[in-house]
Design a protein around this ligand. Structure first.
Ligand code: G4P
Length: 534
């Protein structure tokens, strides 16, 4: 197979949802149908085990899951599928944003009884801001659910995207018994198995006018279905690949991940309609996936996957060119040439060493500490930098000190590694930069920091929250030359750039007004073309 064919058969996507909508269950069922696992329950079992333990352990277990399943990959019907695992916790995290950067499309999972929930909406916005196509799977139709027209309207009103149902639930007043496929005109009825769909499902199928189907469903249900479909055909949006590609239309599917109902038809339709890896914007111009030159960016780093070995795995998404094991590439941010030895791919619970990979694929490589989240790797003959990686304005700040001053060395090591991993933003303060301040988007990041410093570096820290919620980077002045600093705090980021911490937006605006000739920015500026300060 040549490069273009390898690209054309790849589908790299993330599932976005509010907790409990069924993401773990759906992921697992996709793996089941993809042949990657043979009995559903392994991903789920680990997740259920998590519920039984304490909060701290929960973070760790959650990491455990996202570690082994950072990306799940399988082949189906000629397609090569990469499912990116987004962290499932309630707290909105930078990690999720970054993972979505590596996706070419997203599956938005909605609970049929609950509709669009808070987290669904936030994640939807991230995807739609990036312009990636979104497919909707309405889950749990084996249970009582809301009227499908209401759900369509909710998606359109809350998310501003039109919905095009590809199938339709069969049943009255939320008591669903199956689905009707709009393109084939077939009805599939579910047989409730009661084993949480551990194995693939046998379904009864037929046309609405088949005697067996009519007998099973009854005249009233058939009439309701015919009315609904007529209304959809007349008043609904028809499928339009262009609109899907531009994020204006979401193909909508109904099903039940737990009972496997509708999972396989969804998978098949999704794989046909979802986009293959496309061109990506780099600072130097557009990078076409079928270019001969390899390029990739790091979207996730996982240190200490095996606490005994202190290993550090860097996950990168390939954007162009073919990857071969042991190839040498340029790390743009340091200018160093790096040999990508022992590349790994992750399949359900195992990792395997791979020889080749193509655009859309995610590979993990061991790295001693050179690469950071957002960094680009590329062919020496064609230097590119993926510069639009999101960096978030931190909103929560705290001073961090090790409780045991003898442990300062481990403390510094831990802070540096976790900062590079993107787990937290680390700043320094004071003449000798002796004091550490962390910045985060959500409070969970603090908890993870404390927990990981304790568990991976054996350092107990004290976190003292600071009364600031806004940061401003100063680009072209020394802090000492600024006026209107008031009660703000001057700190330095990892590249030694000054940052002013302020209590609120009002104070930030005041500072900007008082210093009209100075450039202030709200999030850390990317310095892609200049290597990081040593
Ligand atoms: P999440 O990853 O999005 O948080 O959701 P998860 O898959 O863990 O599913 C959340 C709950 O919803 C689970 O129930 C799961 O069994 C249930 N669920 C998922 N898909 C379906 C479906 O199609 N129909 C129905 N009726 N339920 C579904 P739980 O009570 O938390 O766990 P368990 O007792 O089932 O193990």
């Amino acid at each position: 197979m040549n490069l273009a064919q390898e690209i054309a058969r790849r589908r790299t996507f993330a599932i976005i949802s509010h907790p409990d909508a069924g993401k773990t269950t759906l992921t697992e069922k996709l793996l089941l149908y993809g042949g990657a696992i043979h009995l559903a329950g392994s991903v789920k079992a680990r997740k259920t085990a998590r519920h039984a333990v304490s909060d701290w352990m929960e973070i760790e277990k959650q990491r455990g899951i996202s570690v082994t399943s950072s990306v799940l990959q399988f082949d189906y019907d000629g397609h090569h599928v990469n499912i990116l695992d987004t962290p499932g916790h309630q707290d909105f995290s930078e990690d999720t944003y970054r993972t979505l950067m590596a996706a070419d499309s997203a599956v938005m999972l909605i609970d049929v009884a609950k509709g669009v929930e808070a987290q669904t909406e936030k994640l939807f916005r991230v995807c739609s801001d990036r312009g990636i196509p979104i497919f909707t799977f309405v889950n749990k139709i084996d249970h009582f659910g809301r009227n499908p027209f209401d759900l369509m309207e909710e998606i359109e009103n809350m998310l501003g995207i039109r919905a095009c149902p590809m199938n339709w639930p069969v049943g009255i007043n939320g008591n669903y018994q199956g689905i009707y496929e709009r393109d084939t005109g077939m009805i599939h009825l579910f047989a409730k198995a009661g084993d949480h769909g551990q194995k693939k499902l046998a379904v009864m199928s037929g046309r609405p006018d088949d005697a067996s189907i009519r007998e099973q469903l009854g005249e009233e249900v058939i009439r309701q279905l015919q009315d609904d479909i007529e209304l959809l055909d007349i008043a609904g949006d028809s499928f339009d690949a262009e609109k899907v590609a531009h994020g204006q239309l979401t193909p909508m599917y109904f099903g039940s991940a737990m009972t496997n109902f509708g999972v396989q038809p969804f998978l098949e339709s999704f794989l046909t309609l979802a986009p293959a890896p496309a061109a990506r914007q780099a600072a130097e111009g557009i990078v076409e996936p079928d270019s001969d030159a390899f390029s990739a960016f790091v979207f996730k780093i996982q240190a200490n996957m095996d606490p005994k070995h202190h290993d550090r795995i860097v996950f990168m998404r390939i954007c162009s060119g073919a990857f071969t094991k042991g190839m040498s590439v340029v790390h743009r941010q340091s200018g160093k040439t790096i040999r990508l030895a022992q590349p790994q791919q992750f399949l359900a619970t195992e990792r395997t060493i791979i020889d080749t990979a193509f655009p859309g694929d995610i590979i993990g490589v061991f790295d001693p500490g050179t690469m950071g989240v957002g960094d680009t790797l590329c062919d020496a003959k064609n230097l590119v930098t993926f510069a639009d990686f999101p960096v978030f304005p931190p909103e929560l700040f705290a001073r961090v000190t090790p409780k045991d001053s003898m442990k300062r060395k481990q403390f510094l090591k831990g802070m540096n590694q976790l900062a590079q991993e993107g787990a937290i933003q680390v700043y320094t303060q004071g003449e000798g930069r002796e004091s550490f301040i962390i910045g985060a988007v959500g409070r969970l990041q603090w908890e993870v920091l404390e927990y990981r410093l304790q568990n991976e570096y054996n350092v107990t820290v004290e976190l003292t929250p600071l009364p600031y919620s806004v940061a401003r980077w100063v680009l072209d002045a020394r802090p000492a030359d600024l006026t209107g600093l008031g009660t703000s705090l001057i700190i330095y980021d990892s590249r030694q750039r000054p940052v002013i911490l302020l209590a609120n937006d009002w104070q930030a605006n005041w500072l900007v007004e008082r210093n009209p000739n100075v450039t202030f920015v709200a999030s850390p500026p990317l310095t892609v073309d200049t290597p990081a300060a040593p």
